[in-house]
Design a protein around this ligand. Structure first.
Ligand code: 13P
Length: 254
């Protein structure tokens, strides 16, 4: 079933104590203010994961995730973290294919297809990110780019596996820039993504897929974005670092 999800991506912010303090605030506010019709997910740096999972115990609508996981099961990959390790601390989600990983760490669609397989094999829910750069949008290539990210990254999955994914559309030009996609621009791409899923799998699979919007999403613009028929929530960067802002975005689904 398609879920309403607001996921925070803390990126490389907050030391251990800061992260625990913020997450405790988020949990308390969620308990007091959210109606529970939505899911809140926090994707933290690896070092916070185990403790956040402990704090989230008993809150069925609060999830914890990593921001990356390696494609291999295990081995001589100094400095890397496996999907199995992420799962072993109780995390339920992993962001894959964020544009910062694609841009700064050279992650290709081909590599991300492998990471997706490994994450699913360990029963993690990938939050699979796609999105075009400004240059690609200006060259009117955005639909082609989105399509190739889908085809090469995740359309090798069978329908059952695909049903376990969450997709996030994050136009690169909207990330951390304060320039958000208009609700029309975002809806247009979300509808396109859903149409492509229906064409590859079937309409039921497309209807059941949660597609989140990410890129300068905040408590002010979230209501209009989330009111669009194909936008099922958000992947939130900067605004997820403030408990009040994050919870106000979560509460759009109250
Ligand atoms: P901002 O919300 O800071 O633009 O970041 C979006 C993002 O990259 C979430 O993954």
């Amino acid at each position: 079933m398609r879920k309403k999800i607001v996921a925070g991506n803390w990126k490389m912010n907050l030391d251990y104590n800061e992260g625990l303090a913020l997450f405790s605030e988020i949990i308390n506010m969620f308990k007091d203010e959210a109606t529970g019709q939505q899911h809140a997910v926090v994707c933290s740096p690896f070092i916070h994961l185990h403790s956040l999972v402990q704090l989230a115990k008993g809150y069925h609508n609060v999830g914890v995730g990593a921001q990356n996981a390696h494609q291999a099961e295990a081995g001589a990959y100094t400095g890397e973290i496996s999907a199995k390790m992420v799962k072993s601390v109780g995390a339920g989600y992993v962001i894959l294919g964020h544009s910062e990983r694609r841009q700064y760490f050279g992650e290709s669609n081909e590599l991300l297809a492998k990471k997706t397989d490994t994450a699913l094999a360990h029963d993690l829910t990938p939050i699979f990110c796609i999105g075009e750069t400004l240059q690609e949008r200006e060259a009117n290539q955005h639909f082609d780019i989105i399509k190739s990210q889908l085809v090469e990254g995740i359309f090798h999955l069978d329908a059952t596996q695909f049903g376990k994914l969450v997709i996030a559309y994050e136009p690169v030009w909207a990330i951390g820039t304060g320039v958000t996609a208009s609700s029309d621009q975002a809806q247009e791409i979300h509808a396109f993504i859903r149409k492509e899923i229906a064409a590859k799998y079937n309409q039921q699979v497309a209807n059941d897929t949660s597609i989140l919007y990410g890129g300068s999403c905040n408590p002010k613009n979230a209501p209009e974005l989330f009111a669009q028929p194909d936008i099922d929530g958000g992947l939130i960067g900067g605004a997820s670092l403030k408990s009040r802002d994050f919870i106000d975005i979560v509460k759009v689904f109250n």
